[in-house]
Design a protein around this ligand. Structure first.
Ligand SMILES: Nc1ncnc2c1ncn2[C@@H]1O[C@H](COP(=O)(O)OP(=O)(O)OP(=O)(O)O)[C@@H](O)[C@H]1O
Length: 902
């Protein structure tokens, strides 16, 4: 078992989409899981479209800087379809600021304190398996790439040293511009920007930013040329294969399968592999299949990363299977998670929809219910009206009002009467009370005067107490209810009696009594009928009914006991008349007038007696005294009676107070009832006013009346039932309404929060859109600038081309001249050769002939006139060798013409 410090991470970056209306196929489930077409893919991190370049750098690239400075080779691979943002992310474009820009500043910040560090950069492009150094202005110069014993790859002659971050960026820009200038298809080429860290001329580490060719090339064999496809495919496939192979073994890695992998060999291989794959995707629905391919490819590497980043590496087969199983299970888990989240979304939506539906249904049912109630109400009203009209028409009688109303009216009238009666009684009682007070005060005076005559008092008391009791006992027993009705009259009566007694008492003085008596006796002109009560002497001439009673009952006994002479002058007839005229019961007769009538009657009938008495008075003093005595007794008795009556009155007053409180209570009740009835009557009148008013004469107890009463009763009970029903329903409706309000409030709160969230999303999207528009504008500007630069360059190139054409023409001319020269020289050479051959022949001949080659012979030879003579073999050889070794010599000699022999 071996351990590894390998660092392989795969992150996914989703490109933001510009148009809102276009559909997206990719869904981010968590910050490391995406979902596409029922499949979920897990990565080390997923960057949503909202994430900024800084965020990506901080989270994914910055952590690698430390490894780099430590001496680890790092590779950042940007993978994805064309236009998915690879160049944007790395910053290998002309103007965009990506990871490389931020990295350069971070790097120089990190190493600026250490002078021993040297930073170099190289920028290569791989197109059709050709490596191109884009930092060089020269095209198609294959760099010298070597590998040392340790497997480190050296790229000779293609590095440039940089001293600042800005310089690094400038070099990057230059390389990118050169890439554009090269007539290569950028989409199908890989770009490798490498930052090389050296210390004392020794390579410490390399940081490669690889902008891979568009991943769509893996499938587009038909569109691309075969060579291009093969090269792109081989690079990408080899890369994938290498990483897959690294999973199980660190030996026999197929780096050489492609130029790309062999270039990155020392960074991809080994146990200390440090690699980050930045998979870029465009989430639009139109890019669905390409996105899927990218995700699959990146996921393949991610599976390796998850396997490899996790501690010890086992190489045995079972472990591999286990890890596969784990991978599978992980994918399953993420897929399930995603499904759960989707389902919960759907569920919550369904819940809301259900709630809304239920609320709508409830609203509908309540509406229809209210509608029904209204209908019923209208129906009932119309029924009632119909009933009334029918009943009116049936009997052809003029109906003034409905029986119920009529009954109510009667009741009201009756109650009004009762109230009026009670009020009258109350007034009467009040009046009696006030009189009683006056009377009491008067009586007090009388008592004082009487107190000196105890005998009389006891007599009167004895004489009248039984009578008074007789008078009042029936009151309490039988006619209590009539008491108050007669109180006034009774009090009046008492008042008169009192007055009489007062007058009588005044007559105690002899003189006064005499005068009064005489005045009375001799004043026949006085109309006694007109003033029967006010006459001061009337009690004596015509005793009151009470006196009458006093005389009738045990008359003799009473006179004896009191030592008072009997009142015997009166005839039996009169007594009887008086007795019948004023009886105790008659006082409580229903007819109030009875008292008054009988009283006056008695007064009238007493008139002759008075006349008789007055006649006898003038005859004798004794008689007068006797009469006076009688009168005195009478008065005393009256006083006593009145005293008794006062007591009775007091009792009556108590009784009255009780009755009054009872009546007041009853009155209040009645008033209350009256109010209710008035209300009902008003309501009934209102109803009635709606129906046509027809005069009706109703006979009480008639069939119509009975029927109407019955109908009214039924109607009333029906109304009452309906009313109860309505009240119950109203209560129920209110409850439902409260529930509805609560539910709708809850739903509203939920909807509000959703709306708020959506608004926030919309705002952020709007901000993104704005930002994107801005960057688009900037890009457009840059593109315009770049095109201007290209235009200029094209012009320059054209100028250069013209210059080159000129130079070419010149060169051609020179060439022509040279050719001529060469031709001429050739001809000359040929001629010279011919001469030489000729000379050689001559010399050979001369040598054969043994002719000495002197100046003359030479001249002959040159002139062609020489005829060789016989020469020795040695001489011949010598001359031949000399000529062959240096033919120029002959020429030279010929031109100089100095030597005399060869
Ligand atoms: N994350 C992003 N935020 C904003 N704009 C982006 C993002 N990713 C890509 N773009 C924009 O999308 C466009 C295409 O991106 P880019 O050129 O980087 O794609 P690419 O994958 O490198 O394509 P190619 O394979 O042709 O080089 C550019 O205009 C770029 O600005």
């Amino acid at each position: 078992m071996t351990t590894t410090t390998a660092f392989v991470k795969v992150v996914l970056r989703i490109k933001p989409t510009l148009t809102d209306d276009k559909k997206e196929c990719l869904k981010v489930i968590e910050n490391n899981i995406v979902y596409l077409e029922n499949k979920s893919f897990q990565f080390d991190h997923v960057y949503s479209p909202r994430v900024t370049q800084q965020d990506v750098y901080k989270l994914s690239i910055a952590p690698l800087l430390g490894f780099f400075i430590e001496g680890k080779n790092i590779t950042v691979l940007a993978y994805g379809q064309t236009g998915s943002g690879k160049t944007y992310n790395l910053g290998t474009g002309i103007d965009n600021q990506g990871m490389i820009h931020q990295f350069s500043y971070s790097l120089f910040n990190a190493v600026e304190k250490d002078d021993k560090f040297q930073i170099f950069v190289s920028y290569l492009q791989l197109y059709n398996e050709d490596i191109d150094d884009v930092l060089s202005e020269k095209n198609n110069i294959e760099p010298n790439i070597r590998e040392n014993d340790q497997g480190n790859v050296y790229w000779a002659g293609i590095q440039e040293r940089v001293y600042t971050a800005q310089e690094l960026i400038e070099v990057l820009k230059r390389g990118s511009l050169n890439r554009l200038k090269r007539k290569t298809d950028l989409n199908n080429s890989h770009a490798i920007f490498s930052v090389i860290l050296k210390r004392q001329e020794e390579i410490v580490s390399k940081f490669h930013f690889v902008d891979l060719a568009g991943s769509e090339n893996l499938k587009r064999t038909s569109i691309l040329g075969e060579k291009e496809t093969l090269s792109v495919n081989s690079g990408l496939l080899a890369l994938g294969n290498i990483i897959s192979t690294l999973k199980t073994s660190h030996q026999n890695i197929p780096y050489k399968d492609s130029k790309l992998t062999s270039l990155l060999q020392d960074s991809l291989g080994g146990e200390n592999i440090h690699m980050l794959m930045l998979a870029c995707v465009n989430p639009l629905e139109s890019n669905h299949s390409e996105t899927m391919n990218t995700l699959k490819y990146a996921n393949r590497i991610a599976r390796f990363s998850s396997h490899n980043n996790s501690a010890p590496t086992k190489t045995d087969h079972s472990q591999d299977e286990e890890s596969n199983e784990i991978d599978y299970l992980r994918t399953q888990i993420s897929r399930l998670k995603m499904q759960v989240s989707l389902l919960s979304d759907i569920q919550s939506n369904r819940d809301l929809e259900d709630q809304v539906r239920v609320l709508k249904e409830e609203m509908g049912s309540i509406r229809s219910y209210v509608h029904n109630l209204n209908d019923e109400l209208i129906k009932t009203k119309s029924e009632k009206d119909t009933l009334m009209i029918t009943s009116q028409l049936d009997d052809n009688e003029v109906i003034e009002s409905h029986p119920v109303i009529q009954r109510y009216t009667e009741q009201v009238e009756h109650l009004k009467l009762q109230v009026a009666e009670t009020q009258m009684q109350l007034q009467a009682a009040n009046h009696a009370l006030s009189q009683r007070k006056t009377f009491s005060s008067s009586l007090l005076d009388i008592r004082k005067s009487i107190s000196t005559k105890p005998v009389r008092r006891s007599f009167v008391k004895r004489k009248y107490s039984s009578k008074a009791r007789a008078i009042y006992s029936p009151i309490h027993k039988t006619k209590k209810s009539q008491l108050t009705n007669n109180v006034d009259e009774f009090i009046d009566l008492l008042q008169k009696e009192f007055e009489k007694s007062t007058d009588t008492l005044l007559l105690d003085d002899e003189e006064n009594l005499e005068l009064s008596f005489e005045n009375f006796s001799f004043s026949p002109s006085v109309n006694q009928q007109d003033k029967p009560i006010t006459s001061p002497l009337s009690p004596y001439t015509s005793p009151s009914p009470l006196h009458e009673y006093a005389l009738v009952d045990d008359e003799e006994d009473r006179l004896e006991a009191l030592n008072v002479p009997t009142w015997s002058n009166e005839s039996k007839e009169n007594q009887v008349t008086k007795r019948t005229s004023i009886s105790v019961d008659s006082m409580w007769d229903d007819t109030d007038s009875s008292i008054t009538t009988s009283y006056f009657n008695s007064s009238t009938t007493d008139t002759p007696i008075v006349t008789t008495a007055s006649t006898s008075c003038s005859k004798s003093d004794r008689k007068q005294n006797k009469k006076l005595l009688k009168m005195l007794h009478q008065a005393q008795a009256d006083v006593l009676v009145k005293q008794e009556l006062v007591d009775q009155l007091e009792k009556t007053e108590d009784l009255y107070t009780q009755m009054r409180s009872t009546y007041e209570g009853k009155l209040n009740e009645l008033k209350q009832h009256l109010l209710e009835l008035q209300k009902q009557r008003d309501t009934a009148f209102k109803r009635k006013s709606k129906s046509p008013s027809i005069e009706q004469q109703r006979r009480p107890g008639s069939v119509l009346q009975l029927r109407e009463n019955k109908q009214a009763e039924e109607l009333r009970s029906e109304y009452e039932t309906k009313l109860k029903h309505l009240i119950a329903e109203n209560h129920e409706l209110r409850q439902k309404n409260t529930q509805l309000t609560q539910t709708s409030r809850t739903a509203r709160v939920k909807n509000d929060s959703i709306i708020r969230q959506l608004q926030a999303d919309m705002e952020s999207l709007a901000a993104q859109k704005k930002q994107l528009n801005k960057s688009l504008k900037v890009e457009t500007d840059h593109a315009r600038e770049a095109s201007i630069v290209y235009e200029r360059e094209i012009q320059q190139l054209k100028r250069r081309e013209t210059a080159a054409l000129d130079a070419k023409t010149k060169l051609e001319e020179a060439y022509e001249a040279q050719c001529q020269m060469v031709k001429k020289r050739s001809e000359e050479t040929a001629a010279a050769n011919a001469q030489i051959r000729q000379l050689t022949n001559i010399l050979r001949k001369a040598a054969q002939a043994g002719t000495f080659l002197n100046e003359a012979n030479l001249e002959k030879i040159l002139n062609g006139t020489f005829a060789p003579a016989k020469t020795t073999v040695a001489a011949k050889r010598r001359s031949t060798v000399g000529a062959a070794a240096n033919p120029g010599v002959i020429n030279l000699r010929k031109t100089t013409a100095s030597p005399s022999f060869i």
